[in-house]
Design a protein around this ligand. Structure first.
Ligand code: ADP
Length: 490
């Protein structure tokens, strides 16, 4: 199977070390990447290991003195060019995302634009890495801070946004003068390599960005990232258990660690909400990327007085979805990433039904069983209770479970009864309630009468076990810089 691109040279089946595409691992081992809409193999990548990662770290280390000493303006010029090139090639980049991740074309195109927006944003911010002059308490001293890049940063990215989860880290790190070694998810390495190809064209010097591809040596490479004294920072987006494991592993070298982990987002619809708008937002916030984003809603809480209206409207909207290949124009929702993901979704639905929930639409796999890829029908379930898996674990799939509530106090208590806190959403037209609920939700990001919260200009991140640090926005630079305080005696 071949992917038709306007510019086929964007498709590299290789790692990228010190400015070169590396097609073979020292071990000679390879791993297969599959198209999740058909289950067919689409590339055999070099299964790199510790040896290649060491080379990549050394390349990043060698590139650091020159890159970090350039001015913000000089780095910005290259990043700006990269962002322009991404947009010029957006259709090809979107096709690459569909190929490896499966998402539908509108989602894929939105991801490319979102992805390029991080490079553009941080290109601009590179020029604004201000230090400060501190009013000195002593007549004999003057005090300043300057901000300096951390150094070489290790980056580990997931498969759900193969392009944007990379650039959100890459943009910030490279803009401030860090150099990076990236390990993309084994499911979706193509997008990262396409960005390296465009980076080369934009004039990114060799060694500033390096990619090691692996499947079987993931754990060893992760360990090296955490333990290498040549790596100053680690940025990870992925599951909570892996994030905790990496944080522990990083303790001995006292690395600066940024983590974007899982959530269990609540979506609350109060009795005074605009139900039609809430349903539109609910559909978006639950089913985008077929439910595989970390800010996807996991739990819907709807006030008893409007539960029937909300559930009926959700059911009608979801019944119109069309699952299929992302390349198919009629497709609204693509496949899940792999078989395991389908099994998890199935088990959450079966568990809920066994415990008394009712399927309102979907749940019937006779619709998807004839398809070769990893599909699950978009599903809405009513009559949810707190003892169900769907209530407590991140489903990461196209299933909306609806709970009923009676009071604001009650729903806040249930919504906050979680060890994670990434995003939370609610609909209400009562101004006082809007403030109260926004302040009380235990999450890093709140969508108040909206579901579209992600933006390069706003700080993305979670509280509790959802992570450490923020990405995007002004705050995104903090993850990759240290403040240096200088005291000057007169
Ligand atoms: P998911 O369940 O979404 O695949 P993971 O946390 O397993 O989430 O994966 C996110 C990223 O973390 C991927 O790039 C994956 O290869 C990587 N990863 C998984 N386990 C480890 C590990 N032990 N050390 C380093 N990276 C890991």
């Amino acid at each position: 199977e071949q992917l038709k691109l306007k510019d086929p040279s964007l498709l590299h089946v290789a790692g990228f070390i010190n400015g070169e595409f590396v097609k073979e691992a020292h071990s000679g081992q390879k791993f297969a990447v599959y198209d999740p809409a058909h289950g067919t193999e689409i590339g055999m990548f070099p299964d790199m290991g510790v040896q290649e990662t060491q080379s990549a770290i050394q390349a990043a280390k060698a590139a650091l003195p020159d890159w970090s000493q350039r001015t913000g303006q000089e780095r910005a010029t290259i990043l700006r060019r990269l962002s322009d090139l991404m947009l010029e090639n957006e259709e090809d980049l979107a096709k690459i995302i569909i190929w490896e991740n499966g998402k539908a074309m509108p989602d894929a195109l939105a991801e490319v634009r979102y992805s390029a927006s991080f490079i553009e944003w941080f290109a601009e911010e590179a020029k604004r890495l201000y230090g400060e002059v501190i009013p000195s308490p002593s007549r004999q001293q003057r005090m300043f801070t300057i901000r300096q890049p951390l150094g070489v940063v290790g980056i580990i990215t997931p498969w759900n946004f193969p392009s944007a989860m990379l650039t959100r880290k890459y943009g910030a790190a490279v803009a401030v003068g860090c150099t990076i070694v990236v390990k993309p998810a084994a499911e979706t390495p193509f997008s990262a390599l396409a960005i390296c190809e465009l980076g080369k064209r934009a004039g990114m010097p060799k060694g500033v960005v390096n990619i090691v591809t692996t499947h079987h040596n993931t754990k060893d490479i992760g360990k090296l990232f955490c333990e290498s004294p040549d790596i100053a920072g680690l940025s990870f987006t992925g599951s909570t258990p892996v994030g905790k494991y990496l944080l522990k592993q990083s303790a001995d070298t006292v690395k600066k660690v940024s983590l974007e982990l899982g959530g269990n987002a609540p979506f609350i619809v109060f009795e005074d909400a605009d139900v039609d708008k809430a349903v539109e937002a609910a559909v978006l916030a639950k089913f985008r990327g077929t439910g595989q984003t970390c800010v996807c809603v996991n739990r819907f809480f709807v006030h008893r007085s409007i539960e029937k209206e909300f559930s009926d409207k959700m059911r009608e909207r979801v019944a119109k979805f069309r699952v299929g290949s992302g390349f198919d124009k009629a497709t609204t929702h693509g496949p899940l990433i792999n078989k395991l993901a389908v099994e998890k979704v199935r088990s959450h639905v079966e568990d809920a039904v066994a415990l008394g929930a009712k399927v309102l639409v979907g749940g019937d796999e006779s619709v998807t069983s004839s398809m070769n890829g990893y599909f699950y029908p978009p599903t809405v379930i009513g009559g949810m209770t707190g003892n169900m898996k769907l209530a407590n674990e991140e489903t990461f799939g196209p299933v909306a479970g609806i709970f009923v509530f009676d009071t604001e106090e009650e729903v806040l208590e249930i919504a906050n009864n979680s060890r994670v806190g990434l995003a939370g959403y609610f609909y209400s037209r009562d101004v006082g309630r809007c403030w109260r609920v926004a302040e009380k939700l235990q999450v890093g990001m709140v969508g108040m009468n909206t579901a579209a919260i992600s933006s390069a200009v706003a700080p993305f991140g979670g509280i509790k076990e959802s992570g450490l640090g923020r990405e995007g926005a002004r705050q995104g630079l903090d993850e990759y810089t240290q403040y240096k305080y200088i005291n000057m005696g007169l």
